[in-house]
Design a protein. Structure first.
Length: 240
């Protein structure tokens, strides 16, 4: 734990350096609750609020819920649904909205361990109803994560991760977005995780939020049906 402060400072300095070279650093805030019913089944709910400036010019929020099923240890099947609201730029939740969306999304995640390194590949199909119009979208993410630190009650307190995600549609221009994230998770207990990271998002002719750099701040809380229920959450990346 003596290196905790140094790690946080290094991550923070990296984010400030990137922000100084960009048009501005926004905020990406995540609040996640997960209930582990068993080793195979879990439920989750999540809310997000985003801003285009550092905790100013809030332009987006979402809330969603769903369930995960692990048929085997290396495979996770998810079904989720939620509401996604995008506002105009230039202030906090400026009307009229740019997008009012309901989304249903099944996905499959494949996990592979190579020593301490975990590789996750995620495939998601999004069925989207945007202001009364229906659209499809397809997302592919590859991520790498490494837990580290002194083992604490069956888990390590830190997780470093890097991921890249591509967004496609079945309509021209087909390619929509690229999202890259670097993050550090701190897990002080079995139930709680804090996340600090940097996310860069590039958009191509998309009708919701435009590409920006974001400071990611997340809080994740897990509940367990019983003390014997195991979790792989310290290896898995987030679902947003």
């Amino acid at each position: 734990m003596k290196h905790t402060g140094l790690i946080v400072i290094l991550v923070y300095l990296f984010i400030l350096r990137v922000s100084a070279q960009s048009a501005g650093l926004g905020s990406w805030n995540v609040y996640n609750l997960k209930y582990n019913h068993s080793e195979k089944w879990s439920l989750f709910g999540e809310a997000q609020v985003r801003s285009l400036r550092f905790y100013h010019h809030f332009h987006y929020y979402e809330y969603k819920a769903g369930f995960n099923y692990h048929p085997v240890k290396a495979v996770r099947i998810t079904l989720g649904a939620g509401h996604y609201q995008t506002f105009k730029e230039g202030g906090d939740f400026v009307l009229p909205k740019r997008s009012n969306e309901f989304r249903l999304w099944p996905q499959v995640s494949l996990l592979q361990d190579i020593g301490k390194l975990t590789i996750e590949q995620r495939y998601r199909v999004e069925m989207r109803w945007i202001s009364g119009k229906y659209r499809n979208r397809f997302r592919y993410r590859v991520g790498f994560s490494v837990p580290f630190g002194k083992n604490k009650k069956g888990f390590k307190p830190f997780l470093a991760s890097l991921s890249n995600e591509l967004f496609f549609t079945d309509q021209e221009p087909y390619f929509e977005r690229n999202r890259i994230q670097l993050a550090l998770n701190f897990k002080p207990s079995r139930n709680t995780t804090f996340q600090l990271g940097y996310l860069h998002q590039f958009d191509y002719k998309i009708n919701d939020e435009t590409g920006r750099d974001f400071l990611v701040a997340g809080f994740f809380f897990e509940l367990f049906r019983n003390s014997q229920t195991k979790t792989e959450s310290e290896k898995e990346l987030n679902d947003y």
